[in-house]
Design a protein around this ligand. Structure first.
Ligand code: ADP
Ligand code: ZN
Ligand code: ZN
Length: 733
């Protein structure tokens, strides 16, 4: 027998299928991971096919060395998914297969923990045993009575308590038997009892509309606090009753302890959690609990869509509009598309849920591709918090140059006075966004990236937010020596500093990438906030999602314009989503909530619709704009990004690709709205120069043009440059 094998090597030349001989009496199935000879090395590989004969001459073939796992790592569904992804995204085979297993499994960096236990042999007469032990051998007698009292005990404990010679002796006499059991590293959560909820009419309607056992796409549009999670959990319960399994994805950032508690309490050991906060061992064990069928509900971030789960009965993507569902680094893929493939394969529903669906998804619902389900009110009947728009220009005119408007200050004082809690949102970490010399115009920049450095006052450092490189903070200009340094736009650190001087005795917490690097830091900050009254939590988009704090009565959006004025056609929808999410944190339980939104453009339509929670009006405006300006979902945007350490090499490569593409462009001129090559907005990252070709064309020629693009970029691939093709990229920097 022969096996077709993909070796685990990220190299375009070796990224193909090789034949190997399956040695006699070796149990190798499609999807098994194996060790194979490759050149003069031994490499790990994936068996993708088992066959009776080979086209190649047999004396050239080598036999497989060994099997790596005692289970099939890649299930048949994932082998088909690999074909789909390789074709759709032009990925390398090895890159794609790596997505399907925990990274630590490669190179056997993690292993199961197997513990040895011992217990009394149940088939012997205990009295006989005790009588056979010499009178003076007290430890031996104690050992027997100890084991008969406690049942099964870890052998290491027994050894140290009663002496390993004694234990060994009894094992050889068959008085004691040994068993081996795996110790599972499962992330632990304090479970709490959830009250059984009486579903609202709207929840009932949504649940009843979802047909199990049938491939169909649903868009669940429910305002924040409308009880979407309860809908998901009920659907999952029904799927489990039908002896099937479920996958539920949430953005990494909203995988809050709360969500995990909810799912653990409802589904107990049936849930496996897959997210980046787990240790390597936990990840491996959780993954194998899924693979073995012990866990039938997978909850996780983006990569959990690759969970090795069979017989899937529902796939849910919560916060479907979130940009983290697109993988923006190699291997690039879109989670919704992968989920769609799996839903079709398993003939099950795919549910996309959001309070602010992406314009594209809502459009799909409008044209009937998705079935629209709506939860228009909060489950507890509470009103959405009132959003007050504050014009920061008029604040300046009235002499307030600070970062807080008078309205926000006044409400903060009230909130603190009433011993309640406030959340202040600003999507920029650090103290200020850059440092510039007022005298000569010098701006501190990263030596490896074409971006200015962010001042982090707390650590007294300048940091590059692209590569993480750190520099000494400046006290004077390194060019001209002037100490007149201008600070850029404010960040979370600066907001905290201002609050501390305003409220010296109030607990002020900060949550952003800088304060949550350590394991569990995230949870600690949230717990501290939750138990302190009054308190203020300042944070980036980390605080925007999923948190359910009953005593938050005030939410401040410090700089709403920041997400609106990005040079991306999706800025309005992102700003709308962010404002809605952040506002959803206020007044969730019995107390009334209020939101203050600070802006320099109070009349902008995004603010008008967001402050009335009018998603539909916003959608109408936005979709009309997209249609007239020819942007997605009416067109497809493609970026080809070329980068390398050498400017000339990069330029040459982009020129060659551009020239070949020009022919495609000429053939499809009518369908193109844009086609151009340029330096990328961030021209250098980690010392790599970046150039790009951007294009926009009508949707109906997408598959034709994509295959031409892939053919051209494949022919230009070489070791010197990296070439990436992105369809509708989330980030164009
Ligand atoms: P969403 O995910 O739509 O923002 P959640 O699922 O977090 O909303 O629900 C918000 C709150 O409403 C939660 O505290 C939840 O326990 C509660 N809730 C959900 N459904 C009901 C219901 N039918 N009756 C009462 N409370 C509910
Ligand atoms: Zn200077
Ligand atoms: Zn850098």
């Amino acid at each position: 027998m022969y096996a077709e094998i993909i070796v685990d090597l990220l190299n375009s030349e070796t990224d193909k299928v090789f034949d190997y001989i399956i040695p006699e009496n070796t149990n190798i199935k499609e999807g098994t991971r194996v060790l194979v000879p490759f050149g003069n090395r031994k490499l790990e590989g994936y068996v993708i096919k088992v066959k009776n004969h080979t086209e190649l001459s047999i004396d050239k073939l080598k036999p497989i060395i060994s099997v790596l796992d005692d289970f099939v790592a890649i299930i048949p569904e994932m082998l088909s998914l690999k074909d789909y992804m390789v074709k759709r995204y032009n990925l390398r085979l090895a890159d794609t297969l790596r997505l399907f297993i925990p990274s630590e499994m490669r190179g056997s960096k993690v292993k199961p923990i197997i513990k040895t236990y011992c217990e009394i042999n149940k088939n012997i007469d205990l009295d006989d045993v005790i009588n056979s032990i010499p009178k003076n051998a007290k430890r031996q007698k104690d050992l027997i009575s100890f084991l008969s009292n406690f049942g099964k005990i870890e052998i290491s404990v027994i050894n140290s308590k009663f002496g390993s010679e004694n234990v060994k002796k009894f094992i050889s006499l068959n008085y004691i038997v040994q068993t081996k059991e795996e110790f599972e590293r499962t992330p632990s959560f304090s479970e709490y009892k959830q009250a059984v909820l009486q579903h609202t009419k709207e929840q009932k309607r949504a649940i009843e509309s979802i047909i199990l056992n049938k491939y169909e796409k649903y868009l669940l549009h429910g305002v924040t606090g409308s009880g979407k999670t309860e809908v998901y959990m009920t659907i999952i319960e029904n799927v489990l009753k039908a002896k099937k399994t479920a996958i539920m994805l949430v953005p990494e950032i909203s995988l809050t302890p709360q969500i995990m508690h909810n799912f653990k309490s409802r589904f107990g050991q049936n849930v496996a959690l897959l997210h980046s906060g787990l240790s390597a061992g936990e990840k491996y064990d959780e993954w194998r609990r899924v693979r073995s069928g012990k866990a039938r509900v997978v909850v996780g971030a983006r990569s959990a869509i690759f969970a090795p789960i069979e017989n899937v009965g529902v796939i849910i993507i919560d916060e479907e509009h979130d940009s983290s569902y697109s993988s923006e680094s190699n291997p690039r893929y879109k989670t919704q598309e992968v989920a769609d493939f799996r839903a079709k394969y398993n003939m099950c529903p795919l549910i996309l849920g959001s309070a602010t669906p992406s314009i594209n998804s809502y459009y799909q619902a409008e044209i009937g591709e998705y079935k629209l389900l709506e939860l228009p009110t909060r489950a507890n009947g509470k009103e959405m918090p009132k959003i007050q728009i504050v014009d920061m220009l008029s604040e300046i005119r009235n002499g307030n140059m600070g970062i807080f408007s008078n309205a926000l200050k006044s409400d903060l004082f009230d909130c603190i006075n009433e011993k309640k809690q406030a959340m202040l949102f600003l999507n920029r970490r650090g103290y200020t966004s850059f440092m510039m010399c007022r005298n000569c115009g010098y701006v501190a920049k990263c030596s490896d990236c074409d971006v200015s450095l962010v001042h982090h006052k707390y650590e007294e450092r300048l940091k590059c937010h692209y590569c993480g490189k750190r520099y000494k903070a400046l006290t004077k200009c390194p060019e001209c020596g002037s100490s007149e340094l201008k600070q850029g736009a404010i960040g979370t650190e600066r907001v905290v500093a201002e609050l501390k001087s305003m409220f010296p005795n109030v607990k002020i917490l900060r949550m952003d990438n800088d304060t949550t690097k350590n394991k569990n830091a995230h949870q600690r900050i949230l717990e501290e906030f939750s138990s302190t009254h009054p308190a203020i939590l300042v944070g980036t988009q980390m605080i925007a999602k999923g948190h359910d704090f009953p005593d938050v009565t005030l939410v401040g959006i410090i700089d709403a314009d920041q997400s609106l004025y990005q040079s991306d056609y999706r800025s309005p929808e992102r700003a709308f989503a962010l404002i809605t999410q952040v506002s959803g944190r206020a007044g969730r339980k019995d107390l009334e909530g209020k939101v203050i939104l600070q802006t320099y453009n109070p009349k902008h339509y995004v603010y008008k619709f967001a402050s009335n929670y009018n998603y539909k009006a916003f959608y109408e405006k936005e979709i009309n704009l997209r249609e007239t300006t020819k942007f997605p979902p009416f067109t497809t945007i493609v970026r080809i990004l070329v980068s390398s350490e050498n400017e000339d090499v990069t330029k040459n490569s982009i020129r060659k690709i551009y020239n070949q593409l020009a022919d495609v462009y000429n053939d499809y001129k009518e369908d193109f709205y844009y086609f151009n090559a340029m330096k990328s907005p961030v021209g250098r990252i980690k010392n790599k120069v970046r150039y790009q070709i951007l294009m926009r064309f009508t949707k109906n020629v997408e598959s034709d043009i994509m295959s031409k693009i892939y053919a051209i970029t494949d022919s230009e691939k070489c070791a010197k440059v990296s070439i990436f093709v992105e369809i509708d990229p989330q980030n164009l920097s």
